[in-house]
Write a protein that binds this ligand. Structure first.
Ligand SMILES: *[C@@H]1O[C@H](CO)[C@@H](O)[C@H](O)[C@H]1NC(C)=O
Ligand SMILES: *[C@@H]1O[C@H](CO)[C@@H](O)[C@H](O)[C@H]1NC(C)=O
Length: 190
Protein backbone atom coordinates (compact mmCIF):
# COMPACT_ATOMS: atom_id res chain seq x y z
CA UNK A 1 0.00 0.00 0.00
CA UNK A 2 1.50 3.36 -0.99
CA UNK A 3 1.32 6.30 1.42
CA UNK A 4 -1.33 7.99 -0.74
CA UNK A 5 -3.43 4.83 -0.80
CA UNK A 6 -3.03 4.46 2.94
CA UNK A 7 -4.30 8.01 3.62
CA UNK A 8 -7.15 7.46 1.17
CA UNK A 9 -8.05 4.26 3.04
CA UNK A 10 -8.02 6.02 6.44
CA UNK A 11 -10.04 8.95 5.07
CA UNK A 12 -12.68 6.57 3.63
CA UNK A 13 -12.82 4.68 6.90
CA UNK A 14 -13.38 7.87 8.93
CA UNK A 15 -15.97 9.13 6.46
CA UNK A 16 -17.98 5.90 6.57
CA UNK A 17 -17.89 5.88 10.39
CA UNK A 18 -19.20 9.43 10.31
CA UNK A 19 -22.01 8.56 7.90
CA UNK A 20 -23.00 5.49 9.94
CA UNK A 21 -23.03 7.49 13.19
CA UNK A 22 -25.06 10.22 11.49
CA UNK A 23 -27.59 7.73 10.16
CA UNK A 24 -27.96 6.05 13.55
CA UNK A 25 -28.59 9.39 15.28
CA UNK A 26 -31.11 10.68 12.73
CA UNK A 27 -34.23 9.98 14.82
CA UNK A 28 -33.19 12.55 17.44
CA UNK A 29 -31.60 15.92 16.95
CA UNK A 30 -31.45 19.15 18.91
CA UNK A 31 -33.73 21.95 17.69
CA UNK A 32 -34.14 25.58 18.57
CA UNK A 33 -36.41 26.24 21.59
CA UNK A 34 -38.19 29.02 19.73
CA UNK A 35 -39.57 26.48 17.20
CA UNK A 36 -41.74 25.12 20.04
CA UNK A 37 -42.58 28.50 21.53
CA UNK A 38 -40.30 27.82 24.50
CA UNK A 39 -38.63 31.21 24.17
CA UNK A 40 -41.82 32.75 25.56
CA UNK A 41 -42.00 33.43 29.25
CA UNK A 42 -43.63 30.72 31.36
CA UNK A 43 -47.16 31.39 32.58
CA UNK A 44 -48.53 30.26 35.91
CA UNK A 45 -52.25 29.48 35.98
CA UNK A 46 -54.52 28.71 38.91
CA UNK A 47 -57.65 26.66 38.27
CA UNK A 48 -60.33 26.30 40.87
CA UNK A 49 -62.96 23.73 40.04
CA UNK A 50 -65.10 20.99 41.46
CA UNK A 51 -64.78 17.29 40.66
CA UNK A 52 -67.95 15.22 40.93
CA UNK A 53 -67.49 11.52 41.61
CA UNK A 54 -70.99 10.23 40.93
CA UNK A 55 -71.02 6.55 41.86
CA UNK A 56 -74.75 5.83 42.04
CA UNK A 57 -78.11 6.82 40.58
CA UNK A 58 -79.29 6.67 36.98
CA UNK A 59 -76.16 8.15 35.43
CA UNK A 60 -73.06 7.28 37.44
CA UNK A 61 -69.88 8.87 36.03
CA UNK A 62 -67.53 6.70 38.09
CA UNK A 63 -67.80 2.91 38.02
CA UNK A 64 -65.90 0.24 39.93
CA UNK A 65 -64.67 -2.07 37.22
CA UNK A 66 -62.49 -4.25 39.45
CA UNK A 67 -64.02 -5.47 42.74
CA UNK A 68 -62.05 -5.64 46.01
CA UNK A 69 -59.77 -8.62 46.39
CA UNK A 70 -60.50 -11.24 49.06
CA UNK A 71 -56.85 -12.28 49.15
CA UNK A 72 -56.04 -9.76 51.90
CA UNK A 73 -58.15 -8.82 54.89
CA UNK A 74 -58.44 -5.03 54.85
CA UNK A 75 -61.10 -2.40 55.33
CA UNK A 76 -59.66 -0.18 52.58
CA UNK A 77 -61.21 -1.92 49.56
CA UNK A 78 -57.65 -2.70 48.53
CA UNK A 79 -57.45 -3.56 44.83
CA UNK A 80 -60.63 -1.79 43.70
CA UNK A 81 -60.32 0.11 40.44
CA UNK A 82 -62.82 2.79 39.37
CA UNK A 83 -62.94 4.24 35.89
CA UNK A 84 -64.32 7.76 35.77
CA UNK A 85 -65.55 10.37 33.35
CA UNK A 86 -66.37 12.92 36.02
CA UNK A 87 -67.80 16.41 35.45
CA UNK A 88 -65.57 19.36 36.37
CA UNK A 89 -67.64 22.41 37.21
CA UNK A 90 -66.95 26.01 38.09
CA UNK A 91 -69.05 25.92 41.26
CA UNK A 92 -69.70 23.13 43.75
CA UNK A 93 -73.16 22.40 42.31
CA UNK A 94 -73.41 19.89 39.51
CA UNK A 95 -75.75 22.33 37.77
CA UNK A 96 -73.06 25.03 37.66
CA UNK A 97 -71.03 25.63 34.49
CA UNK A 98 -69.27 22.55 33.09
CA UNK A 99 -65.67 23.42 32.21
CA UNK A 100 -64.31 19.96 31.50
CA UNK A 101 -64.24 16.31 32.43
CA UNK A 102 -61.86 14.27 34.54
CA UNK A 103 -61.21 11.05 32.63
CA UNK A 104 -59.08 8.29 34.10
CA UNK A 105 -59.11 5.92 37.00
CA UNK A 106 -58.46 5.57 40.68
CA UNK A 107 -57.26 2.46 42.40
CA UNK A 108 -57.24 1.59 46.07
CA UNK A 109 -53.56 1.04 46.82
CA UNK A 110 -53.40 1.26 50.63
CA UNK A 111 -53.79 -1.84 52.81
CA UNK A 112 -53.86 -0.01 56.15
CA UNK A 113 -55.16 3.42 55.08
CA UNK A 114 -57.66 4.49 52.42
CA UNK A 115 -55.18 5.66 49.77
CA UNK A 116 -56.06 6.01 46.13
CA UNK A 117 -53.73 6.16 43.20
CA UNK A 118 -55.32 8.75 40.88
CA UNK A 119 -54.38 8.90 37.21
CA UNK A 120 -56.49 11.18 35.06
CA UNK A 121 -56.68 13.79 32.36
CA UNK A 122 -58.61 16.99 32.84
CA UNK A 123 -60.10 17.49 29.37
CA UNK A 124 -61.30 21.08 29.17
CA UNK A 125 -64.27 22.13 27.05
CA UNK A 126 -64.42 25.81 27.94
CA UNK A 127 -63.37 28.77 25.79
CA UNK A 128 -59.80 28.82 24.51
CA UNK A 129 -58.98 25.79 26.68
CA UNK A 130 -61.46 23.61 24.78
CA UNK A 131 -59.55 20.52 23.64
CA UNK A 132 -56.51 21.09 25.86
CA UNK A 133 -55.70 18.71 28.68
CA UNK A 134 -53.64 18.47 31.83
CA UNK A 135 -52.54 15.14 33.23
CA UNK A 136 -52.70 14.54 36.97
CA UNK A 137 -51.11 11.64 38.80
CA UNK A 138 -50.64 11.08 42.49
CA UNK A 139 -51.53 9.63 45.84
CA UNK A 140 -54.82 10.57 47.42
CA UNK A 141 -55.24 9.58 51.08
CA UNK A 142 -58.94 10.42 50.98
CA UNK A 143 -59.52 11.04 54.70
CA UNK A 144 -56.78 13.69 54.96
CA UNK A 145 -58.03 17.25 55.00
CA UNK A 146 -55.88 18.33 52.06
CA UNK A 147 -54.18 16.10 49.52
CA UNK A 148 -51.59 17.01 46.93
CA UNK A 149 -51.23 15.41 43.52
CA UNK A 150 -48.77 16.16 40.72
CA UNK A 151 -49.55 17.74 37.37
CA UNK A 152 -47.19 15.76 35.18
CA UNK A 153 -47.92 17.17 31.75
CA UNK A 154 -50.52 18.36 29.31
CA UNK A 155 -51.52 18.94 25.72
CA UNK A 156 -52.62 21.85 23.55
CA UNK A 157 -52.24 25.06 25.56
CA UNK A 158 -50.71 22.96 28.34
CA UNK A 159 -47.79 21.40 26.47
CA UNK A 160 -44.82 21.09 28.83
CA UNK A 161 -47.15 21.68 31.81
CA UNK A 162 -46.01 20.90 35.32
CA UNK A 163 -47.46 21.75 38.69
CA UNK A 164 -49.61 20.39 41.45
CA UNK A 165 -53.23 20.07 42.55
CA UNK A 166 -54.57 20.57 46.06
CA UNK A 167 -57.70 18.57 46.87
CA UNK A 168 -60.21 19.31 49.59
CA UNK A 169 -63.35 17.23 50.00
CA UNK A 170 -66.35 19.51 49.72
CA UNK A 171 -69.14 17.00 50.25
CA UNK A 172 -69.63 13.26 50.75
CA UNK A 173 -72.88 11.45 50.11
CA UNK A 174 -73.15 9.23 53.22
CA UNK A 175 -75.33 6.70 51.38
CA UNK A 176 -73.49 6.14 48.11
CA UNK A 177 -70.00 7.36 49.00
CA UNK A 178 -70.11 9.77 46.05
CA UNK A 179 -68.06 12.92 46.59
CA UNK A 180 -67.56 16.47 45.42
CA UNK A 181 -63.94 17.55 45.72
CA UNK A 182 -62.59 21.06 45.35
CA UNK A 183 -59.47 21.19 43.19
CA UNK A 184 -57.02 24.07 43.24
CA UNK A 185 -54.58 23.37 40.45
CA UNK A 186 -51.41 25.40 39.90
CA UNK A 187 -49.81 24.89 36.52
CA UNK A 188 -46.71 26.28 34.85
CA UNK A 189 -46.98 26.27 31.06
CA UNK A 190 -46.03 28.40 28.05
C1 LIG B 1 -60.30 -9.67 59.20
O1 LIG B 1 -59.82 -8.83 60.24
C2 LIG B 1 -60.79 -8.55 61.23
C3 LIG B 1 -60.22 -7.49 62.18
O2 LIG B 1 -58.84 -7.62 62.32
C4 LIG B 1 -61.18 -9.84 61.95
O3 LIG B 1 -62.15 -9.57 62.92
C5 LIG B 1 -61.73 -10.81 60.91
O4 LIG B 1 -62.02 -12.05 61.51
C6 LIG B 1 -60.74 -11.00 59.76
N1 LIG B 1 -61.38 -11.78 58.71
C7 LIG B 1 -60.79 -12.79 58.09
C8 LIG B 1 -61.57 -13.46 57.01
O5 LIG B 1 -59.66 -13.15 58.39
C1 LIG C 1 -65.18 22.43 21.84
O1 LIG C 1 -64.62 21.79 20.71
C2 LIG C 1 -65.47 20.81 20.14
C3 LIG C 1 -64.69 20.08 19.06
O2 LIG C 1 -63.90 20.93 18.32
C4 LIG C 1 -66.73 21.49 19.60
O3 LIG C 1 -67.59 20.53 19.04
C5 LIG C 1 -67.42 22.18 20.77
O4 LIG C 1 -68.55 22.90 20.32
C6 LIG C 1 -66.47 23.13 21.49
N1 LIG C 1 -67.12 23.62 22.71
C7 LIG C 1 -67.09 24.90 23.09
C8 LIG C 1 -67.78 25.21 24.38
O5 LIG C 1 -66.52 25.77 22.45
Amino acid sequence: MTTTNFFFFIATLLLSCHILAGAAGDFVRPIDRSLLGLNREEKVSHFKLYWHDIVSGENPTSIDVVPPTNKVNTTTKFGVINIMDNPLTLGPKLSSKLVGRAQGFYASTGQTEADLLLAMNFAFVEGKYNGSTITILGRNPIFHQERELAVIGGSGLFRFAKGYALLNTYWVDPKSGGTIVEYNVYVIHY
